[in-house]
Design a protein around this ligand. Structure first.
Ligand code: TPU
Ligand code: MG
Length: 872
């Protein structure tokens, strides 16, 4: 039997939520237990209820909807502030509050966490004012109907809803959930009103000489961003956005003319708005803030307003017309008129480059903005807090794909900290950047500790100007000064050293790959924190000896013969000196004096792949180490050296690594064995990191001649075989390409073609759905990669996707594996592991654009999905 709590959990999961934000209290504990039992929902604790509501608000920004659960009054009243924010900002956040038992009122109980009267309904009354639907479950049998009503209302209106659950009903039985379509079925436009509204809009815009579009903040809530883009492209006219809708229209689009914000507009968008004789305003909201104190208020006969569900223009008003339906319907009927673009191209301001500040100069806003601009990528989301940060943020030039979050309607200082936290929980693969002032930060700083707790990669740029500077501009007084804090030390405090590690150990023990990675990094940091500088340098100085000892123990058979004992110990004084180090390093166990036993590491390093890895790295690294000083003293070492200079390998061995491997069979065998075994078996295959199943069903036409996959430089076909096996029913060709020598005497299962091909040459397989390059790009510097990529670009069509399977190095705080691989690539073959920005630059330079970067949880290589750039 379902319970009220489990019913609610099921509905939250069914509308797509994967998390809910909570603060426990004794009116909601049983409810929290019920919610925690749902396998699709993760409970995320917050430090207080204001932050809890704002975290949910941020999650809804990333994820479309959210839920937060609080206790009665002391919790809910704090949460109402954030829920008011969600109302103002059009975000469907479900606020769930525990409340007194159903018999408490009748029994005239006086209860804690209440006003000390017999009235327990005041919270519901208050909730009604800040939500679009507020319900109390007074009887368990009513729960399905009331919960469905509240959730559906929130989703349809893009506003918060409130569900109050008395303590004694959380575990009370109720009916099982019915089909979720009862909650999710979308509302439809009234067809006659829609058609009439479109006709009026066609004639309104058709009669104007200089029509243009203005995007407003409700575009997202109306799920109409795509339809707006369609309409923009159908008319060809200029498109401005309001500050609250920045990033809702791609800023690199040729029709984008900036943010319209009166005198503080960007790219001179206000000149166009003033010049235009007909502006279609889609989802716009004109407030004192967004109109800069009513100086930029758009009214009158030249304005056509398309709101979330109604249309108005002088003389007409149509209800029940949904914005997305209206915009895409209009896109199909509208006449092309690019007069505003022609005019704008005459006075479009040239982008001004902010000069780099001198290193010793006082830090100014311009320099901060320049640096933030530099780290924005298509995968970034920039949060800008109320205060100066609004004005800095609005100026940013966003790459397509980057998102911008602002809370301009509610304007609650401190919003950005919890909201970005919730956002990052909802969109963990995006790079979340927050620009926030010191005053705002102090309001909600506690949630930074939850960012630390969940190890979320959020970058906070705190502008410490010692107070409420924006208020100083409006009206100064001593109340605008605030206590200065040591903000950096605060973060260290939140980090909480050992506690943090203990928590990670717990999660790691459940097999969580993310926690495993984070734990390793945390232990590394802890080790550095504990070591004296002398300890650190000594550890590193002696480390080469450890590698040498392992090589000896593998080469002379000590480790293999120990591994062969499968758990039995071996007694020998003969190998004592080596084994002391081997066991200290954990490669085997010391079980008594001169008695040793194999462990899991012994078994692993004795497999052919890992033994080969030890050989490859140790022998080559040490030969390079032995000759690196003479290289530096003669030619120097250039980290990004292209052709012409010797790389450290060439200097040590007299030839490139590829030439060396071609002529040295022992090393070539070791290299191939090592490469085949380099990844753990637990690693997700690339076609799961990349959602191949979903994409192929979209891409495949079902024709047998279509080329589905070309594995470029795919070696002996390991990946293409696995791919074919995963998708046996997909019609179309799959091709393995590599040099003839690699493909020699290779046979592959049916359904895979073998094609000799040098990837520096003309690509013969045209128009494939997927070109896949596994760890090819990281073997070459940019100029060589460009040659390889250009061959592919020439072969690709609009539907082709290029998938690059390689590391994407974090811009700061990079992890062990990519850091080490990168230096290895620099030393061994003059190559590189790239950051997102480096990938972007490389791909752009050959006319490709990134669609998405797919990153597995365990920190291994990402799949970088790109396609031919639309504007080349
Ligand atoms: O860069 P700056 O100094 O302008 O930003 P900071 O340091 O974050 O200061 C913000 C100052 C501020 C206040 C005090 N901006 N608006 N207010 C009024 C205000 C008070 N309380 C709440 C919850 N929200 C507000 N907007
Ligand atoms: Mg300040």
């Amino acid at each position: 039997m379902a319970t009220v709590g489990s019913y609610l959990a099921t509905r939250l999961a069914q509308i797509g939520l994967r998390h809910h934000f909570v603060v426990p209290g004794d009116y909601n504990l049983v409810l929290l237990d019920k919610l925690a039992l749902n396998p699709h929902l993760t409970q995320v604790g917050c430090a207080n209820e204001l932050n809890c509501a704002f975290s949910a608000e941020g999650y809804a920004r990333a994820h479309g909807a959210a839920a937060c659960v609080v206790t009665f009054s002391v919790g809910a009243m704090s949460a109402f502030d954030g829920i008011g924010g969600a109302y103002a900002e059009n975000l469907p956040v479900i606020l769930i509050s525990g409340s007194p038992n159903t018999n408490d009122a009748g029994a005239f109980h006086l209860l804690h966490h209440t006003l000390g009267t017999h009235d327990f309904k005041y919270q519901l009354e208050m909730a009604r004012k800040v939500t679009c639907a507020a319900v109390v479950i007074d009887r368990a049998s009513d729960a399905p109907r009331l919960i469905d009503h509240a959730i559906r209302s929130a989703l349809l209106a893009s506003k918060p809803a409130y569900i109050e659950i008395p303590t004694n009903l959380a575990a009370a039985p109720c009916a099982h959930p019915g089909p979720i379509s009862a909650v999710l079925a979308p509302e439809k436009s009234d067809p006659d009103s829609l058609a009439a509204a479109i006709d009026v809009a066609v004639s309104f815009l058709g009669n104007k000489l200089k029509p243009m579009l203005l995007a407003g903040s409700k575009l997202r809530a109306a799920r109409a961003e795509k339809a707006f883009l369609e309409l923009a492209e159908a008319t060809g006219c200029a498109v401005a956005v309001m500050p609250g809708s920045k990033s809702f229209f791609p800023e690199q689009h040729p029709q984008y003319i900036g943010v319209y914000w009166g005198d503080v507009s960007t790219k001179a968008a206000n000149n166009m708005i003033d010049w235009s004789d007909g502006i279609l305003c889609a989802g716009t909201v004109f407030t004192d803030y967004s109109t800069v104190g009513w100086t930029a208020d758009l009214k009158g006969p030249q304005i056509f307003t398309a709101d979330m569900d109604h249309i108005s223009v002088t003389g007409y008003d149509f209800s029940r017309v949904l914005l997305a339906d209206f915009l895409s319907g209009l896109a199909n009927k509208i006449k092309y008129n690019d007069a505003t673009m022609v005019e704008y191209s005459r006075f479009r301001p040239n982008p001004t480059l902010q000069p780099t500040a001198e290193p010793e100069a006082t830090l100014r806003r311009g320099e901060v903005a320049r640096q933030v601009q530099g780290i924005l990528t298509p995968n970034s989301t920039l949060f800008v807090e109320t205060g100066d940060s609004w004005f800095n943020g609005v100026q940013m030039d966003l790459p397509d794909g980057a998102r911008f979050e602002i809370e301009m309607q509610w304007g609650h200082i401190g919003w950005s900290v919890p909201s970005s936290f919730g956002y990052a929980v909802g969109a963990p693969n995006r790079k979340t950047i927050v620009m926030v002032g010191d005053g705002s930060f102090q309001v909600t700083v506690q949630e930074v500790s939850q960012m630390v707790r969940l190890n979320l990669p959020i970058l906070i740029i705190l502008m410490n100007n010692y107070g409420y500077t924006i208020e100083v501009e409006i009206h100064d007084g001593s109340y605008n000064n605030i206590k200065n804090w040591d903000y950096a030390a605060l973060i260290e405090t939140f980090n909480a050293g050992i506690d943090h590690i203990t928590q990670l150990v717990e999660v790691d023990s459940t097999g969580d790959v993310v926690a495993h990675r984070q734990l390793q990094e945390a232990i590394h940091k802890l080790q550095l924190a504990v070591e004296t500088p002398f300890d650190t340098s000594m550890r590193l100085r002696f480390q080469p000896l450890q590698n040498i000892v392992v090589l000896i123990a593998l080469e002379n058979g000590i480790l293999p013969s120990l591994a062969a004992r499968k758990g039995e110990s071996v007694t020998s004084a003969e190998i004592k000196r080596l084994m002391r180090m081997i066991t200290w390093m954990g490669y085997a166990d010391e079980v008594g004096e001169n008695v040793y036993a194999p462990n899991d590491t012994t078994s692993l390093v004795c497999t052919p792949g890992m033994t080969s890895g030890e050989k490859h790295h140790t022998e080559i690294s040490y030969a390079i180490g032995a000759s690196i000083v003479s290289l530096i003293r003669t030619q120097g070492l250039h980290q990004f050296s292209e052709d012409g200079l010797k790389d450290p390998f060439e200097h040590a061995f007299g030839c490139t690594m590829w030439e060396f491997l071609a002529t040295n069979e022992e090393h070539k065998t070791a290299f191939d064995l090592y490469m085949a075994a380099r990844r753990p078996s637990s690693q997700l295959p690339w076609f799961q990191v990349y959602p191949a199943a979903e994409r192929i069903s979209q891409m495949s036409t079902g024709k047998p001649d279509d080329v589905i996959l070309v594995d470029v430089g795919g070696g002996r076909g390991h990946e293409v075989v696995a791919f074919r096996k995963q998708f046996p029913e997909v019609a179309g060709r799959m091709i393995l390409q590599d040099l003839p020598a690699t493909l020699e005497s290779l046979t592959l299962p049916e359904g895979i073609e073998i094609m000799a091909h040098d990837f520096f040459q003309h690509q013969p397989a045209k128009g494939a759905r997927i070109y896949y390059l596994r760890q090819i790009m990281h073997d070459w510097m940019d100029s060589k990669c460009q040659i390889i990529l250009k061959q592919l670009v020439a072969a690709m069509d609009q539907n082709s996707r290029l998938l690059i399977d390689d590391y994407v190095m974090a811009p700061t705080g990079a992890e062990f594996r990519p850091i080490h691989m990168d230096v290895c690539m620099m030393m061994f073959c003059r190559a590189i592991e790239r950051t997102e920005t480096q990938w972007l630059t490389l791909l752009e330079s050959v006319g490709l654009e990134i669609v998405q970067i797919h990153t597995p949880d365990n920190g291994f290589e990402s799949v970088i999905e790109s396609k031919l750039a639309t504007r080349r």
